[in-house]
Write a protein that binds this ligand. Structure first.
Ligand code: PGA
Length: 252
């Protein structure tokens, strides 16, 4: 049985005061409940300390949106895995499509970041996904397979067992367009096949694979009903407590 995760990626939204408020509202909504999924909040760096102050000791976990691969040094503007870890973060996103497409991050850099996260004891959520032209050209599966191979190949057994993958078709992010549950499930199963070739069938079978891209309360249940979809990475709908809680507790 793979664990299920509902993670909220706040992107560049919520200053530390707003973020603490949102975290408190989410915790209030979770009080007395036993969510079927692990709940993860991924705020901007400057908001993280305020959020971890609120979530400490609760069932809610936190993560960073990015990291740099060195431990410390003259890397202006960057944040290390150790800094995230010392705040109490469990997770870190690696290779989110906005980092790839707006900030130009490529596979070789992402491989270093992923390894740095693992070395520091963080769980990387490694994001992959095709752009619209690639999907329309019928290349989606090959693009995603190449993204997996270039970054995950060579990981040790323990490292791949720790890593979470998120499939986020770029055309579905922030657009209101969602992959159909069947399309997403098909890609997840393709990702498992790539992992099986790189590692072992057992490791591929146990890898947690999330779906992301315009997930909202209205589509979360049918997405998560797919056996291949182990959870969701949520952007826009994670910015208000009611919609995020509606995804944590999806009603069909
Ligand atoms: P979205 O973003 O839910 O707003 O589409 C998802 C993501 O980028 O992780």
């Amino acid at each position: 049985m793979r664990r299920s995760i509902v993670a909220g990626n706040w992107k560049m939204h919520k200053d530390h005061t707003e973020g603490a408020g949102l975290a408190r509202e989410i915790l209030a909504g979770l009080e007395g409940t036993e969510p079927a999924s692990e709940v993860v909040l991924i705020p901007p760096f400057t908001t993280l300390p305020a959020v971890t102050d609120v979530t400490r000791g609760s069932i809610v976990k936190t993560g960073g949106q990015d990291l740099y691969y060195e431990d410390e040094g003259a890397f202006t503007g960057e944040i290390s895995a150790r800094m995230l870890k010392s705040l109490g973060c469990t997770y870190v996103l690696v290779g989110h499509s906005e980092r790839r497409h707006i900030l130009g991050e490529r596979g070789d850099l992402l491989a270093k970041k992923l390894r740095a996260a693992l070395k520091a004891g963080l769980v990387p959520i490694f994001c992959v996904g095709e752009v619209l032209e690639q999907r329309e050209a019928g290349d989606a599966a090959a693009v995603v397979a190449a993204q997996i191979q270039e970054v995950l190949a060579g990981l040790s057994r323990d490292e791949i067992a720790t890593t979470v993958v998120a499939y986020e078709p770029v055309w579905a992010i922030g657009t209101g367009r969602t992959a159909t549950p069947q399309d997403a499930a098909e890609m997840h199963s393709g990702i498992r096949t790539v992992l099986e070739d790189l590692f072992t069938p057992e490791l591929a079978e146990s890898t947690v694979i999330l779906y992301g891209g315009s997930v909202k309360p209205g589509n979360a249940a049918e997405l998560m009903a797919e056996e291949e979809i182990d959870g969701v990475l949520v952007g826009g709908a994670s910015l208000t407590a009611s919609t995020f809680l509606g995804i944590i507790f999806p009603s069909p």
